[in-house]
Design a protein around this ligand. Structure first.
Ligand SMILES: [Zn+2]
Length: 387
């Protein structure tokens, strides 16, 4: 039987292999568009044999628009060189850290990977991550048959790009490319990058609440990108001008981050949509995630008075009780859980637990049809075509 075998392989992965270090690496800050010291921090632990050595290797070069015509929105790298840090330990059995600081000037593109070795020579490595730092590219030079031209150009700015080979030809079909851009009300671009850092760090790495479980579990299917100024989300308008409009084409979904108080909203989309997210709310990360449910997964609001309409697969909102019940049965959900959303004439499957498209609480999760719809998207990503 194939299924139990897969299950046991999965539990082995979750438990970690005996004696093999667990190792995580993340750079700090996640993105900053000015000269700064970026620190790659590796955390590793092996409780039985201890950690003997940690190696962090970074490839640093110049971010370019690839020299093609038209120039690329996804950057390439030129003039790369490699730097590394090696930390040694006396087989320490508690968590140890090893850091590689990098002084980043304009238009840097960095790729890093970390390897930890146990006291018994068992090793584990992190998947490669690529990110940008320093002042962004604003002009590019293109070689044409009749000569060289210099033109204004901006690229997408990788915040967490899961690749060891940054290039315009990098296949991103198996990733959800999530873009972040500043709203017109952001006081400065630095404020925008300062605000995105704790939200993305929590959502994909450090939060411990139920609402972020799915993103933390499946973080490796997401690439995170920053984009230039030019977006405005006030009043659900979501306008993109100039470079913000151009660069947005590289993203599967875009969040406009703002500080002024206005109600957040999003398009109901499966690729190419956008939403807004207020960064100074106490539950900003939850609101960001709820809006991403609309513009990344096509989910509708399940609360009374929301936009009770969906294009997700399967739908999470139905126009009749009968269609909700029939879809519930074909998706292995109890059809008796179909309930009307207020008196809206639309229906949902409610298992009684807090769900992210309905309940604004950190203990929410993706329930019933929402969970199925995210599963559909995840399968598509694993199959190589998220959208
Ligand atoms: Zn909503």
């Amino acid at each position: 039987m194939r299924f139990p075998l897969l299950l046991s392989a999965a539990s082995l992965l979750l438990a970690g292999c005996a004696g093999v270090p667990s190792v995580n690496a993340l750079h700090e800050p996640l993105y900053r568009a000015e000269n700064h010291v970026s620190t790659i921090v590796v955390r590793t632990r092996e409780a039985t044999d201890g950690i003997a050595e940690v190696r962090v290797e970074a490839t640093v070069g110049e971010l370019t628009a690839c020299g093609t015509f038209p120039p690329s929105l996804i950057p390439c790298r030129s003039n790369a060189s490699t730097v590394a840090a090696v930390c040694t330990f006396a087989n320490v059995k508690t968590e140890v850290t090893c850091s590689l600081p990098l002084a980043l000037g304009p238009r840097r593109l960095v790729t890093y990977r970390a390897t930890a070795r146990s006291g018994k020579n068992k090793t584990a490595s992190t998947p490669a991550v690529t990110y940008a730092g320093g002042a962004p590219l604003t002009v590019t030079t293109v070689n044409l048959p009749f000569g060289t031209i210099t033109m204004p150009w901006e690229t997408a700015r990788p915040v967490i790009w899961r690749t060891d080979a940054p290039s315009s030809s990098n296949d991103r079909g198996d990733k959800i490319d999530l873009g972040l851009v500043p709203d017109a009300d952001m006081p400065s671009y630095r404020d925008f990058t300062d605000d995105l850092d704790p939200m993305m760090r929590a959502l994909f790495y450090t939060d411990t609440n139920a609402f972020s479980t799915w993103n933390r579990t499946w973080k490796n299917i997401f690439n995170l990108w920053a984009g230039p100024t030019g977006a405005d989300g006030n009043g659900c308008t979501r306008t993109f001008s100039g470079a913000a409009a151009t660069v947005r084409a590289a993203f599967d979904g875009t969040s406009i981050l703002h500080r002024d108080t206005f109600r957040d909203c999003a398009s109901i989309s499966l690729g190419g949509g956008a939403g807004t997210s207020q960064t100074n709310l106490t539950d900003a990360t939850w609101v960001f995630l709820h809006e991403s449910g609309h513009y990344l997964f096509g989910l509708g609001d399940e609360y009374v008075g929301g936009g009770n309409f969906s294009i997700s697969s399967p739908l999470n909102i139905y126009a009749s009780k009968a269609s909700c019940e029939s879809s519930s049965l074909s998706n292995s959900l109890p059809s008796t859980q179909c309930v009307q959303i207020g008196t809206s004439g639309t229906w949902r499957n409610d298992d009684g637990q807090a769900t992210t498209m309905e309940d604004r609480t950190l203990s929410s999760d993706w329930r019933t049809f929402s969970a199925k719809a995210l599963g559909t998207r995840l399968s598509a990503c694993i199959g190589g075509a998220c959208y």
